[in-house]
Design a protein around this ligand. Sequence first.
Ligand SMILES: NC(=O)c1ccc[n+]([C@@H]2O[C@H](COP(=O)([O-])OP(=O)(O)OC[C@H]3O[C@@H](n4cnc5c(N)ncnc54)[C@H](OP(=O)(O)O)[C@@H]3O)[C@@H](O)[C@H]2O)c1
Length: 293
Amino acid sequence: MTTSPQTSELILVTGASTGMGAATATDLAARGYHVIAGVRREADADAIRSTRIQPVILDITRPEQIVEVAALIEADGRPLRAVVNNAGIAVNAPVEVLPLAEWRRQFDVNFFGHIEVTQAVLPALLKSGGRIVLISSIGGRVAQPTYGAYSGSKFALEAVGDSLRRELAPHGVQVVIVEPGAVRTEMVGRGGVTLKKLSADMTPTQERRFSGLMRAILAQSEGFLRSGVDASEAGKAIATAATTPRPKTRYTIGRDAALLIRLARILPDRALDKLLASALRRLFPKPHTSLND
Ligand SMILES: NC(=O)c1ccc[n+]([C@@H]2O[C@H](COP(=O)([O-])OP(=O)(O)OC[C@H]3O[C@@H](n4cnc5c(N)ncnc54)[C@H](OP(=O)(O)O)[C@@H]3O)[C@@H](O)[C@H]2O)c1
């Protein structure tokens, strides 16, 4: 086993069962850190467990599990170098269609869960001069149609990240926001299942209004699986954001994120609207195709 100084430091990664969370945990362990990897099922814990990856059961919407993980970190005694707030879900549908319970579910995971985890481990981070990493998204800077809930949760996370960075800088805790574009993970498939379920519940009038858009969004996100960055590459970028000595305030992952975020900064709203609409238009289905075709 490595005896590098990193083995004497802990990093907590939430949502480590699949995708970027799993890749980040693996990359950090390879760099020598002792990773506390949050997963929700014993089978996922068994799959990721290794010498330097210690799985813990952590659903970030379950306060009692958050408290337990914070206590485990305190009892461990090693300094907490960083928390990587990564867990996330994508709930996509037009504002009119999305039931309030689904809005709340989206915000409970992508926003309130991260706040609660951060609050719980903040005493350890203040003690160690550690770092908070927030996994936002290109959707945290640009809100596409049907992304109202997802982007809402990520814009909110970005705002809290800025506020937290300014609050904690004088106290030696750094805050870093990561904005991935398309990354090949489980999220596309999982989000697609939710989107199809929500589509099936639309009224005939909503269906006339939105089914073409929903189909185009689904096709666009499926395209991410072809064009997206590999999860391991994203994990490496997140591990660097968590550990580099002098971090930037924000990191993008993927050329799509870098380009679109730059465009959003300089283009007037109407020009950005046109750009996003024209990218989607070519994905609209031919007449008489359904979401399940
Ligand atoms: N993939 C992309 O293109 C992309 C782009 C921009 C940003 N992101 C962001 O990147 C992060 C990671 O997503 P991913 O793409 O790697 O997707 P993923 O493969 O679906 O991973 C999501 C992870 O979050 C976990 N999770 C979901 N609900 C949770 C909860 N209540 N408590 C704890 N963990 C929970 C999942 O665990 P289970 O297996 O137990 O469900 C899984 O480990 C998310 O914040 C996402 O918004 C992704």
